[in-house]
Design a protein around this ligand. Structure first.
Ligand code: FES
Length: 570
């Protein structure tokens, strides 16, 4: 090996310091030759029984270790903060940046030459990648894989059905008992959500960026090939250390553009916009919200997956996986982008094909000509807002309606099913104060369930607008990530019941019809509707979080601080 291993600053030292570094490894029963002179590979593990999507990660880590040993490296597994989407309150997004700090500092502070990131549930992917990028040592991602497709009374189920079942339950169409039975039918194996929700979108993002081995995104968690991929990733990270292949070598502007195109073709989550922007901010690649407006790029929906389509991640894998999707996009992609295995993205997809045209179709015969995220601007959202085309209702793409305003999520919950609520199917539901600072943490509440009186009419979609996010499993004509958020006191904060709002997708605009004089008088009476936290992480978060269109990272975390440790206390 012609270069000095970073870990040799610990294990290769002479005298007292080296003694201490080595002795306290030997107490684990590890012989000196295992960690002396070999690439030391951290396995950053988000295993937690409170993150059910990642609860199988101890087994996965063992497969990674086997690969690292086989390639002549030395694995060291370490825990980091794990963010379970379903259980953590008030929202996992509040802690994405905190987890990224944990990852960054854990990697930099310890004797690692390379790192394997075990990612699964939604926020565990961006938080780990953001943290590792800020250190910039050789990094490979192993995703945990999706659950097997849910099964219920002869039909397939996934997380998106939760919203449908909830509507059916609230309208009386589905009994409480039946509603409960479907819980176990939907989540019937290890792994993350089986639809093209945020976790699956993040796994596809990683593969399209080139940060994982090919096929990483779609192999089901319960499929033995997931462990094979983990083993091979363990082998490859040792080589990456020897080649000094860094995240900054892979994460170029072109790689980010590839990820945006892939997310469009698969009907990926709107959360992708925020997380990819935050990752770009860590590696210093200029990426703005306008780069995400893929509606004009003519990339259609070619993966038929819920919530935009019919099938599940398991079906995507059997149909050829993400490589087959990327191959179909070859006319759009930057095919020369290098990936973690040292091959280009084109070399990686070349051997793959779609084996089921019901799941992966062609660009010339897509499932939906319109796909991806569009970016709206206007007096309601001067810095931008997003809408997922493939999940929206075409008839609502040009729509003017009267605002029905909820000042916060509690207000929404208290009044949405009230018989007194003045609303009809042409109304536009507006939810304020669910943005990064105002909530705080920007929860996934933007796809508000429709009022009961609207559901009772058989209506299934309305235009909904908020400064919050939407679960990647959600759907509907839902405008999200309004920036600046209501907590900052912009025009969005001043909207009242009965105001006329116009959504114009073709012209990418979202405006409210209020005169300047009226806005000025409302602004004089406006006060922020949130109480800032006075201590702890939430105080730090509210003081430093940026707006959604910038990735909602903490302002002081942007960029890299590298892997060097200059002080040594021993
Ligand atoms: Fe973990 Fe959906 S709850 S991925």
């Amino acid at each position: 090996m012609s270069f000095k291993l970073r870990s040799s600053n610990w294990f290769g030292k002479k005298g007292k310091d080296g003694f201490i570094y080595r002795a306290w490894m030997k107490n684990q029963g590890i012989p000196a030759h295992e960690f002396k002179g070999k690439p030391v590979i951290g396995i950053c593990n988000t295993w937690s029984e409170l993150t059910p999507c990642n609860a199988h990660f101890r087994e996965l880590a063992q497969s990674v270790k086997n690969g690292i040993y086989e390639a002549g490296g030395f694995p060291v597994e370490f825990p980091v903060m794990s963010l379970g989407e379903t259980l953590i309150k008030p929202t996992a997004m509040l802690y994405r940046n905190l987890a990224s700090m944990d990852v960054e500092e854990s990697i930099r502070a310890n004797p690692m030459d390379g790192v394997v990131l075990l990612c699964g549930c939604d926020k565990t992917t961006p938080s780990l990648v953001m943290g590792a990028c800020s250190v910039n040592i050789p990094t490979i991602v192993v995703s945990g894989g999706p659950m097997l497709t849910g099964k219920y009374k002869g039909t397939d189920l996934g997380t998106s059905d939760v919203w449908r079942f909830d509507n059916a339950n609230r309208s009386g169409e589905m009994s409480d008992a039946e509603f409960e039975i479907t819980e176990a039918c939907m989540a019937r194996s290890q792994g993350h959500c089986a639809v093209m929700g945020t976790a699956s979108s993040m796994a596809c993002m990683i593969e399209a960026l080139g940060l994982s081995l090919p096929e990483n995104a779609a192999i089901p968690a319960a499929d033995s090939r997931r462990k094979v991929l983990a083993h091979l990733s363990g082998m490859r990270i040792v080589e990456m250390v020897r080649e000094n292949m860094l995240p900054s070598d892979i994460l170029t502007r072109k790689a980010f553009e590839n990820a945006i195109m892939a997310n469009t073709a698969i009907g990926g989550s709107t959360n992708f916009v925020i997380h990819l922007t935050a990752i770009a901010g860590r590696v210093g690649v200029p990426l703005t919200i306008d780069d995400f407006d893929t509606g004009l790029a003519n990339i259609p929906l070619i993966a038929n997956l819920q919530p935009s389509g019919k099938y599940f991640m398991e079906d995507l894998f059997y149909a050829g996986g993400l490589p087959a999707v990327l191959k179909e996009l070859k006319q759009f992609l930057h095919n020369d982008c290098i990936t973690v295995n040292g091959k280009t993205i084109a070399e990686n997809y070349e051997q793959h094909n779609s084996y089921n045209e019901n799941v992966i179709s062609t660009v010339s015969a897509p499932f939906n000509k319109q796909s991806g995220v569009i970016v709206l601007k206007g007096n309601l959202c001067p810095d931008g807002a997003v809408l997922k085309l493939s999940a929206a209702t075409p008839a609502l793409m040009q729509h003017t309606g009267k605002a029905v305003v909820f000042e916060n999520i509690e207000d929404y919950k208290a009044r949405i099913d009230s018989a007194e609520l003045e609303v009809d199917e042409n109304s536009i539901l507006v939810l304020k104060n669910v943005g990064p600072k105002g909530y705080p943490g920007m929860p996934e509440v933007g796809n508000m369930g429709l009022p009961k009186k609207i559901l009772d009419k058989g209506i299934t979609d309305m235009v909904r607008i908020s400064d919050g996010r939407m679960s990647g499993t959600g759907f509907g004509t839902v405008v999200l990530h309004i920036s600046p958020e209501a907590a900052l006191g912009g025009v969005f904060a001043l909207v009242k019941n009965g105001d006329t709002i116009t959504l114009d997708v073709k012209n990418r605009s979202l405006n409210v019809d209020i005169t300047e004089d009226e806005l000025a008088s409302r602004k004089e009476l406006w006060t922020a509707a949130f109480t800032p936290a006075s201590r702890g992480y939430t105080y730090l978060y509210q003081s430093h979080v940026e707006q959604a269109h910038l990735g909602a990272d903490l302002d002081f975390l942007k960029g890299m601080s590298g892997s060097e440790v200059t002080r040594d206390s021993h």
